[in-house]
Every structure is written in structure tokens, then in C-alpha cells.
Write a protein that binds this ligand. Structure first.
Ligand code: PEP
Ligand code: MG
Length: 585
């Protein structure tokens, strides 16, 4: 799932909503209720202070800034005053009174037209939830009391939780929900935290403090291991680490097939800290920078220069290698925290307000959201245009389904470029603009899109989800999520052919590129650029150095006529036993 083996003790996180009791209080009990409220606020204050101290000592300034904002809301006189009034005048119990105050405050924020204030709604929710948990005696927060050896076990984690937990050095993550291409998995891999998703029933059997082993390679979790299991996993861990070190020795070898075809291996990043790993693993650039996570790194980010600063650090860090910056892709599984129904911090701190819907993957997501909120979108685009003067930068648009979206985004970019030109600001006049091909619609009109853009990046994670009508994070349909499905292969072939016919370069940047098993198919389909999480680069390179492109092409010709994913997987398994026996066990 997310490679690595971790030993530690279980830390349960239950994000489900806390039940709010509603009852009326006789007048005689109202003063006493005020004390309960004050105690809960004081406890929350102390918890925020402790968290802030921890985040500062861990060098996590951005988390500190966020917590500071939360402390300020906690001290807000309206929050406290209105809740007190509801208790004293209306006789509502503290939980109920607090809930109503929070609802009222959020409505006030909704009416403000600046996005910045609307975004603060979720901070109010967060603070309200904390006071509420202190009132009812529920566990307060996932970052509290995390021990040095914590393995976090949860129903599900939002992207924001995942990044924060990784920063707090949780040893591993285990969730009941999610799949290998969900954003929890992608982020865990990016942050180098072993992770097993889709561990059904784990929340029923694991308890905080239990000993646990997480094998992110095999997707296994061992609770209360005996000594023989522990020593077996210690041996496996050592062997795996040795293998990874050995793979890194290929770093300076050319990334080419046996018959001399060169294949560009690039890195995917979500946060800027990953560039060290991208460079260390020998990438020739960044093929996908998922900028939606920028708000986790910089919750205070404002205006085009805020974007410019963050992208500038990445572009400079890549020392002249190309960087493909994708505009914000919020929505889909980057929106919902599934178990309690509240919005994830990621969506809440994104540049535009996002509503939750029952079918978010098909809703106002990615480029659609950006075009609907031109203000924040133009700020981001200006940051990208400006940073094109610093190094080789390409601008990538997510989830395009129609030519109009590409045209509208391009016209916004041209407009910004004109303004900057008039101001004498430097930028790359020829900055390439590309589209993600991650919907069947875009794939089918790839020839038309190719006529109007500079490059394609195939997002196999979404492409598979939409082509096969299979939610990428839903474990109930995970058996249908098959990269080797003939429909997926035919779609990718079509995109590669359209790109080739128009001289438009095609990269594949979904998780399919990170799995060495799929490399022969991707080469055979015509891909010559693959972008993936940094840690996968060495093994993918070793795999392609075992392959002949001509043999891969012949295999793909046969595979394209096979009727099922299973048949293709079995045939590929057989070939790989022959072509790369050492890598294919
Ligand atoms: C994809 O869909 O394959 C992709 C790379 O984008 P994301 O995973 O961020 O949706
Ligand atoms: Mg995608």
C-alpha cells in the first residue's frame, strides 16, 4: 500500500461526530452550567497551548499559525458571550447552546464576500468541536497525546490529517477506508509513512496501546504480535531496506530500456519538502506538483506573490530541471472527511469555498471550481506565470473535460501575461500549457485538445475511476478498479496516438506509473515519460532497464485483444517472470 514496515503501538482516532445532548435547565442549574462551559473552554485553551508548544519545538511553524488562529477564536468574546446568554436566558444546556452559537457565527461568516472570511468557517467548526469534546468528555484531537511510537488507526483520514500525522511522525497509518490511489495513500507515500488502507474491521479489534506491526509492502497488519512474528518482520524490514539501498545504486545509470529507448522518469510532489527525495532518487524533473496541498503547508498563503514564493522555492530546489505545476484540484476525495460528514481542512482552507455533495467526484472539482472562482484562480495563475522566469515551468490544468475549459484558462493566462508584460515583469513567453487527461471525455477528444495545448499528462487514478465507474477510494468496488482493464488500455493508446500525431508530449502521472508491473504495458502503449512518487523511481528504472520496447509493443498488441483485465494481468505476469525474474517475485 505505502511501502515500509513499522513497529509501534496503536493510537485510535475516531473522527465520527460527537453526539450533542439537548435539554432544558431549570433556573437553579444555569450558573453551574456556565461553570461547565468555562471549564471546557479553559481545557481547550490549555490543549491548544500544549499543541502549539509541540508544533514549535517540532519546527512546524505553519501548524503553529493555524493553532494560533484557533486560540484566537476560542478567546472571541462573541463565541463565549452568546453561548453564555443561551444558557442563562434560554436555559439550554452548554452543548446545545454552543452548537447554536457556532451555527450562528458560521452564518455570519457566510454572508461576508471575501473568500478569506468564508474559509474561516471551518476553523470555527474545529474550535467548536474541541470545546464540545471537552464538554462531553470525548477524546479531543488526533494530534493530542501521540506517543513516539504511535501507529494511527482510524476509520478514515482526510488529506489534512494525513499530512499532519506524518509531520508529527506517526510511525504508520492504518485505515478501514480508502484504496491505493486515494489521496490518503498518495500523501502517506509522499511523506514516507508506511500505510495500510482498507483494513476492514480493524477499529473493532484494535485498542489504543496495543502492540502492532504494519507491513505497508504486503498490506498486512499484525496486532499483538508474538516474538516469532516480530523477529520475522524485523528480518523482512532489514532485507527490504537493503534492497532499497541497492536500487538507489542505479541512480546514475541511464534510464533506458535494453534496446536503448530513453524513458524520462519524473517525480510527483504534494508538498515542497519532497523535492529532496525527488532529486535523491534521480528524477529528471517534477512531472506533477499537486498544488492543492499548498494550503496545508501555508494556511496563511495570500495573493499571487504567496504562490510565487512557494513555487519559486520548488523551482530553484530542482536546479534547472523542469517543474510541472498543476493548478488546484480540490474536490473529489480531497473534499470529504468521510466518517463525520464535516469538511476536511484541505477544502476549508482552499482558495474557494467548497460545498459537499453526495457525488463530489462528478461535481464542482478542479478546473471547474477554479473557473467558477476566477479571483483565486488568477492569483494562482499569476504566481505560476511569474515563476516561469525562475526556471523551466509548465502549467497543467486538472480534470479538463471540454475544450472551453482549456480556452478559458488559456485566455486568463494570456491576460495575466499581458498585464505583467506592461509592468515589465519577466516571465517565459513560451511557458507550455497542458491538460490532464483523466476523464474519458478528454481522452476521446484528445486529438482536438492536442490542437490547442502543449502537452498531456494522463491521470490514470481518475481515468480508471471515471472509465470504469469505480470510485478510486471505495473498498467495496476495489475489485473493479483494474489498471489493466482493456478499456483503460485502449483509452491510453488513443491518447498516446493523438499526442504523437500532433507532436504533443504525453506523460503518465497517476499511480499506474509507480508500479513496475505496469511498466511493460505503458512502454508498449507508447509512453516515454512517467511521473511518480519519488520512492518508486529506482524500482521503475530497474524494471525498464530489463525490458525491450519492441517486445513490450508486441505484448500490448496481443493484450489489446484480450477480453478481461484478469487475462491481461496473467499474461503480463508470465512475461515478467521471464523478463525480470529478480524484480518480479
Ligand atoms: C490522477 O488522477 O491520476 C492524478 C495524477 O491526479 P490526482 O491523483 O491528484 O487526482
Ligand atoms: Mg486526478
Amino acid at each position: 500500500m505505502c511501502p515500509g514496515i513499522a513497529f509501534g503501538s496503536v493510537h485510535i482516532i475516531d473522527r465520527r461526530r460527537v453526539a450533542v445532548p439537548h435539554y432544558h435547565l431549570p433556573e437553579a442549574r444555569r450558573e453551574q452550567e456556565l461553570h461547565r462551559l468555562e471549564n471546557a473552554i479553559t481545557a481547550s485553551e490549555q490543549q491548544f497551548e500544549a499543541l502549539q508548544a509541540r508544533s514549535e519545538s517540532a519546527g512546524l511553524e505553519q501548524v503553529g499559525v493555524l493553532l494560533q488562529a484557533h486560540s484566537m477564536i476560542l478567546r472571541d468574546t462573541e463565541l463565549r458571550g452568546a453561548t453564555r446568554r443561551r444558557i442563562l436566558d434560554e436555559g439550554k444546556n452548554a452543548e446545545w447552546a454552543l452548537k447554536e452559537t457556532i451555527k450562528h457565527l458560521k452564518r455570519l461568516f457566510d454572508r461576508l464576500d471575501q473568500d478569506y472570511f468564508r474559509e474561516r468557517r471551518s476553523d470555527i467548526d474545529f474550535v467548536g468541536d474541541r470545546i464540545l469534546r471537552n464538554l462531553v468528555g470525548a477524546e479531543t484531537d488526533l494530534l493530542d497525546n501521540i506517543s513516539e511510537d504511535a501507529v494511527v488507526v482510524a476509520y478514515d483520514l482526510s488529506p489534512a490529517d494525513t499530512v499532519n500525522l506524518a509531520r508529527y511522525r506517526a510511525r504508520a497509518l492504518v485505515t478501514e477506508g480508502g484504496g491505493p490511489t486515494s489521496h490518503t495513500a498518495i500523501l502517506a507515500r509522499a511523506m514516507n509513512v508506511p500505510c495500510v488502507l482498507n483494513a476492514r474491521g480493524i477499529m473493532n479489534v484494535a485498542g489504543t496501546g496495543d502492540e502492532i506491526i504494519v507491513d505497508g509492502y504486503a498490506g498486512q497488519v499484525i496486532l499483538q504480535p508474538d516474538s516469532s512474528a516480530s523477529s520475522q518482520y524485523q528480518r523482512t524490514k532489514k532485507r527490504r531496506q537493503a534492497e532499497e539501498q541497492a536500487l538507489l545504486q542505479d541512480r546514475s545509470l541511464p534510464s533506458e530500456t535494453k534496446d536503448g529507448t530513453s524513458v524520462g522518469l519524473l517525480g510527483n510532489i504534494e508538498v515542497s519538502q519532497e523535492i529532496d527525495a525527488v532529486v535523491a532518487n534521480g528524477a529528471v524533473g517534477i512531472g506533477l506538483y499537486r498544488t492543492e496541498f499548498i494550503y496545508l503547508e501555508r494556511p496563511d498563503l495570500q495573493g499571487p506573490m504567496g504562490h510565487f514564493d512557494v513555487y519559486g522555492a520548488v523551482v530553484r530546489g530542482m536546479q534547472g530541471l523542469p517543474v510541472t505545476i498543476r493548478t488546484v484540484d480540490v474536490g473529489g476525495d480531497k473534499l470529504l472527511r468521510t466518517n463525520d460528514g464535516t469538511q476536511a481542512a484541505l477544502a476549508a482552507s482552499s482558495p474557494a469555498p467548497v460545498e459537499s455533495h453526495t457525488n463530489p467526484a462528478l461535481g464542482l472539482r478542479a478546473i471547474r471550481l477554479s473557473l467558477k472562482h476566477p479571483g483565486p484562480f488568477r492569483e494562482q495563475l499569476e504566481g505560476i506565470v511569474r515563476v516561469s522566469a525562475v526556471g523551466e515551468v509548465r502549467c497543467l490544468l486538472p480534470m479538463v473535460t471540454a475544450i472551453d475549459e482549456l480556452r478559458e484558462a488559456k485566455s486568463a493566462i494570456r491576460d495575466i501575461q499581458e498585464q505583467l508584460r506592461a509592468q515589465g515583469v519577466a516571465f517565459d513567453e513560451k511557458m507550455p500549457i497542458g491538460v490532464m487527461i483523466e476523464t474519458p471525455g478528454a481522452a476521446v477528444i484528445a486529438d482536438l485538445l492536442a490542437a490547442e495545448c502543449d502537452f498531456f499528462s494522463i491521470g490514470s487514478n481518475d481515468l480508471i475511476q471515471y472509465a470504469l465507474a469505480t470510485d478510486r477510494g471505495n473498498r467495496d468496488v476495489a475489485y473493479l478498479y483494474r489498471p489493466c482493464h482493456p478499456a483503460v488500455l485502449r483509452i491510453i493508446r488513443n491518447v498516446c496516438e493523438s499526442g504523437r500525431a500532433r507532436g504533443v508530449s504525453v506523460t503518465l502521472c497517476g499511480e499506474m506509473a509507480a508500479d513496475p508491473f505496469h511498466v511493460p504495458i505503458l512502454l508498449g502503449l507508447g509512453l516515454r515519460k512517467l511521473s511518480m512518487t519519488a520512492s518508486a523511481i529506482p524500482v521503475v528504472k530497474r524494471m525498464l532497464r530489463r525490458l525491450d520496447v519492441s517486445a513490450c509493443e508486441t505484448f500490448v498488441e496481443e493484450a489489446l485483444n484480450m477480453p478481461t483485465a484478469k487475462a491481461i494481468e496473467e499474461a503480463l505476469t508470465e512475461r515478467l517472470r521471464e523478463w525480470a525474474p529478480d524484480l518480479f517475485q
